[in-house]
Ligand binder design. Structure first.
Ligand code: NAI
Ligand code: MG
Length: 493
């Protein structure tokens, strides 16, 4: 944990909101046509601010600013190492303001203050990792036939439109800004309509860090308006999106007319497989964390929990005992383990799935209800006796609801684990290394965890097989998605 956060002051009752406008060309401006929308505290359901909503004309201004910065501004001529320096500076400013940002994140997103503090560390780390890459993005010389010199250049894709979700507002911002800016692109970002506030505060820090005008632009608003205006805009060269599979399908269609590059990081229904030869204590804690971390609002949530028959009964009992003890409540309270879901819409969606689970004949072991009548809290929920064909075993619920599926052996569980349109993550709990590596090889998913879960680091590629995504974020790989490759051939006479 960073020193700044260790010294964290006790979380305040009402974090301060400093910025609600749009950031275009390093100026804070009101929308000219989009109006405003309300944003909430999910712990109470109360409106906490009105935020500027960008219409198509506003998006156009942001794109124009980003285009000018890309082609004419100091950014275009800046040494790569100096782009890195700006990212390092921004990371330092985020560290210096981490506690304020963590509290604001919790206030608007509902994640526990402990989780928000963790996200802030990850946010700064991610920016630093890509800051280090800025002057290491290299081309190659290629041994072509004939008396020619051929070499490749990696150049920015251009103006990048980045559309992010509400579950990790600042973390997602860093994953998108880091590689884009290290590679010399300029950015128009749309945060999620549920969580518009922390990105704006980081926008202020980006100006303070010294990013030239137009390099980073922030437009808030809804997907069907602001987001769509970005997707169809001919001045945007690439859309990087994280969110729902159905939204990605719309974006891909809407981006077709301009043949924009697109990268997608989408949902999952990740299989978490527990063998009888696991360390039981570790596996129970791991399966618990896999589903309940951030109220199940993770694209990698371990929502299909396959348990070997021999230990199935005991495992479920131990998991249920933990679920019943979980402290659900005010996310600003340091003792709280689980905060509210992000919105009324998500709360309703989760409760609808609980209903479907019961109607289709799964056994509700614990939870299943809303907690309290204020805010969007849901009890940690376990369904046992789930069959692969049931809706709750197939759909992404995005809440604290786990489906337990007993299994007999490796061959069977691999087939069942892969029987999904998703392929984001998977885990296995066993002390047998043959099993672990065979499983890792056989599962069609972008991330495999062995005896751990949700271990995600900026240094390693992250993304999905099948309908869980296109392209990879993080690691060196992300740089490929933020650069165009150019071949230069010189006649040597
Ligand atoms: P969403 O995919 O609608 O929203 C994500 C982002 O896309 C937001 O910024 C939104 O404004 C934008 N967006 C929505 N429609 C758009 C459009 N037509 N054009 C351009 N941008 C658009 O996800 P939503 O509605 O917030 O959540 C629905 C479900 O999606 C969740 O219940 C969950 O299952 C899944 N989800 C998955 C996430 C992940 O990390 N993979 C994150 C958030 C949601
Ligand atoms: Mg949506």
């Amino acid at each position: 944990m960073s020193a700044t956060i260790k010294k964290a002051v006790k979380a305040q009752k009402t974090p301060k909101i400093k910025q609600t406008k749009m950031l275009i060309n390093n100026k804070w401006v009101d929308p000219i046509e989009g109006g405003a929308f309300e944003t909430y505290n999910p712990a109470t359901g109360e409106v906490i601010a009105k935020v500027g909503a960008a219409g198509a004309k506003d998006v156009n201004l942001a794109v124009t600013a980003a285009r000018n910065a890309l082609e004419k501004g100091p950014w275009a001529r800046m040494d790569a190492a100096d782009r890195g320096k700006l990212l390092f500076k921004l990371a330092d400013l985020i560290d210096a303001n981490a506690e304020e940002l963590a509290q604001l994140e919790t206030y608007n997103c509902g994640k526990t203050i402990t989780d928000s503090r963790g996200d802030l560390i990850g946010t700064a780390n991610s920016l630093r990792y890509y800051a280090g890459w800025a002057d290491k993005i290299e081309g190659r010389t290629v041994p072509v036939r004939g008396n020619f010199l051929s070499y490749t250049l990696r150049q920015p894709v251009g103006v990048v439109g980045q559309i992010i979700p509400w579950n990790f507002p600042l973390f997602m911002l860093a994953w998108k800004w880091g590689p884009a800016l290290a590679c010399g692109n300029t950015v128009v970002m749309k945060p999620a309509e549920q969580t518009p506030l922390t990105a704006l505060r980081v926008g202020e820090l980006a100006i303070e860090a010294g990013f030239p005008a137009g390099v980073i632009n922030l437009v808030n608003g809804f997907g069907e308006t602001t987001g769509d205006a970005m997707v169809v805009h001919p001045g945007i060269d690439k859309i990087a999106f994280t969110g729902h599979v159905e939204t990605a399908k719309i974006i891909q269609k809407r981006a077709a007319d301009t043949l924009k590059r697109t990268t997608f990081e989408l949902g999952g229904k990740s299989p978490n497989v527990v063998f009888a030869d696991c360390d039981m204590e570790q596996a129970v804690a791991g399966a618990f964390h896999a589903i309940y971390f951030h109220c199940g609002q993770c694209c990698t949530a371990g929502s299909r929990l396959f348990i070997e028959q021999k230990i199935h009964k005991e495992f479920v009992e131990r998991l249920a005992a933990k679920a019943k003890q979980r402290k659900v409540g005010n996310p600003l309270d340091e003792a709280t383990e689980q905060g509210p879901q992000v919105s009324q819409e998500q709360l309703d969606k989760i409760l609808r799935y609980v209903d479907i689970g019961e109607r289709e004949g799964a056994r509700l072991v614990t939870g299943g209800s809303r907690k309290g009548n204020k805010g969007y809290f849901v009890e940690p929920t376990i369904f046992d006796g789930v069959r692969d064909s049931m809706t709750i075993a197939k759909d992404e619920i995005f809440g604290p609801v786990v489906s337990v599926l007993p299994f007999k052996d490796m061959g069977e569980v691999i087939e069942r684990a892969n029987n999904t349109n998703y392929g984001l993550a998977a885990a296995i709990w066993t002390k047998n290394i043959d099993k672990a590596h065979n499983y890792a090889r056989a599962i069609k998913a972008g991330t495999i965890w062995v005896n751990c879960y949700h271990v995600v680091d900026t240094t390693t590629p992250f993304g999905g097989f099948k309908m869980s995504g296109q392209g990879r974020e993080n690691g060196e790989t992300a740089l490929e998605h933020y650069t165009e490759l150019k071949t230069v051939t010189v006649n040597l006479g």
